[in-house]
Design a protein around this ligand. Structure first.
Ligand SMILES: [Fe+2]
Length: 202
């Protein structure tokens, strides 16, 4: 085992242990989410643990790579390194679980939306843009399960960001995608994300 490997293992385990213990004992709220964000920012502040050599950027034909770093038992939180080539906007979506994104390299443009208070779940959806944030190295964004955003990377660099979710992609059954022009939300039962498990840390 190399020193780098040991440091990565220790650092990733510390984040996962904190998140697992707090989510097991307490309901999610924004204060707790902010603590998770701080923990992920600390991890993102050690980019040498997640180098291009250990986690290669996608090829042109792959467009994106999603490396699983750690997952919890019982459909608990999961941590990924996601690298995306410069690409147009994603669908507007929520995650149906909490999501925290912390930047390692590149710039991810996030557009955040507010939905009318009288609406929930699939069906009529009235959205307005409420914020925009560009996530570069050591920036982070924390989203509650029903927070809505889309991402865009029109810059020249691939993004390499850490993503922590309340549950792994294959268990994210509560996600909504939004059609702004039609004013509608639809349920996406399981997002189809090809996950590379070959470089899992723990
Ligand atoms: Fe998202």
């Amino acid at each position: 085992m190399t020193e780098l490997h040991d440091r990565r293992l220790t650092a990733v385990r510390a984040v996962m242990a904190q998140v697992a213990s707090e989510t097991a004992l307490h309901a999610l709220n924004r204060d707790r989410l902010d603590r998770f964000k701080s923990a992920l920012l600390e991890l993102a502040g050690q980019p040498e643990l997640f180098s291009e050599g250990d986690y290669p950027s996608p090829t042109k034909s792959q467009v994106a790579k999603t490396y699983l770093l750690a997952e919890s038992a019982n459909q608990g939180p999961a941590l990924y390194l996601i690298s995306i080539l410069p690409l147009g906007p994603s669908p507007i979506h929520d995650h149906g679980t909490f999501a925290i994104i912390a930047g390692l390299e590149g710039y991810e443009h996030n557009t955040l939306y507010a939905r009318s208070n009288s609406e929930t779940g699939p069906g009529k959806a009235t959205l307005r843009i409420c914020d925009e944030q560009i996530l570069g190295p050591c920036d982070a964004l924390a989203l509650m399960p029903q927070d809505i955003h889309h991402i865009d990377n029109q810059h020249t660099l691939p993004t390499r960001h850490l993503h922590l979710y309340g549950t792994a992609f294959e268990h994210q059954t509560g996600r909504l995608e939004f059609d702004l022009a039609a004013g509608l939300a639809k349920r996406i039962t399981t997002p189809k994300v090809p996950v590379d498990r070959s470089r899992q840390v723990t």
